[in-house]
Design a protein around this ligand. Sequence first.
Ligand SMILES: Cc1cc2nc3c(=O)[nH]c(=O)nc-3n(C[C@H](O)[C@H](O)[C@H](O)COP(=O)(O)OP(=O)(O)OC[C@H]3O[C@@H](n4cnc5c(N)ncnc54)[C@H](O)[C@@H]3O)c2cc1C
Length: 295
Amino acid sequence: MSRTGARVERQPLARYTTLGVGGEAEIWFVETLEQLAEAMEQPYRVLGGGSNLVISDAGVPERVIRLSGPLAERDLTPDPELSTDAEIVTGWVGGGAPLPGLLRALQKLGWSGLEGTVGIPGQVGGSVWMNAGTRFGEMFDGLHTIEIVTPQGVRQVSPDDLAWGYRHSDIPRNHVVSRVRLKLRPSTPDAVQEAMNQADLARKGQPKNKTPGCAFKNPTLPDGHKVSAGKLIDEAGLKGTRVGNAMIAPEHGNFIVNLGGATAADVHALLGLIRERVGVPLELEYELWPAADAT
Ligand SMILES: Cc1cc2nc3c(=O)[nH]c(=O)nc-3n(C[C@H](O)[C@H](O)[C@H](O)COP(=O)(O)OP(=O)(O)OC[C@H]3O[C@@H](n4cnc5c(N)ncnc54)[C@H](O)[C@@H]3O)c2cc1C
């Protein structure tokens, strides 16, 4: 236990990532802003759902902060002062709350605004930080207030106070999205489900488990055309290629999957092989911890 009561444990990070890879670190499970402030007294990293990360087999030397307890819960009660007939402003949703569970709850309530993010397996905080989304919608479509914690203190901002764009917000790295209030439109459960089904259809054929999602961003060729990274990898004949226990998914070239017991080294070897064989500069979609591992 830390001074302020945070649970602190040395654990393999693999169990907190969707890829299932990553060595040990000291994990701080913080449940209050006071515990978060204490965790930030030393060098730290913030871990969300681990769905966009490839973490080194040696782990990381910094503290790893994981939002837990009340900072991972959601209060969807409409705020009577901020809500109108046309707009629902919710109570606070913890940055550590899983996005899929939130979307299921919003579908049942028939509240529209975030259905374009269906199928993204991250947490709310990590997904806001990088404005996760699809061509059907993104996180910043449904935000009213964002609470951001830094070693200097806590501030609550409107999305209008920030700049954001394609898979990006200007919330600096290691500023923690601790909670958000959502801004949604009243609709019906059926209509929200239908919109989710549409967004989900676009994922047909993509692996959903034991992967950190798409490996590379779609590159722009010298002639100005954007091409699908998956198509390039497919054309290079790499689908199904295996290094150790990691494999380029046979069903979609831009996904690397862990067959069980894969290491970060296996994944890096595959990323290197793809770059070498595709012959077009490819920018990584997911984040490497530590970045020095970059291939
Ligand atoms: C099967 C699959 C499908 C995917 N599909 C999509 C998709 O369609 N669109 C898309 O955009 N992404 C997609 N992703 C990638 C990923 O799910 C998203 O980027 C997600 O938003 C990452 O959130 P996370 O909580 O898992 O963050 P993590 O992977 O844990 O961390 C990613 C970054 O966010 C930071 N971070 C985490 N939590 C916080 C916080 N509370 N405050 C501040 N910073 C934080 C971390 O420090 C790190 O820099 C997919 C991934 C998988 C595995």
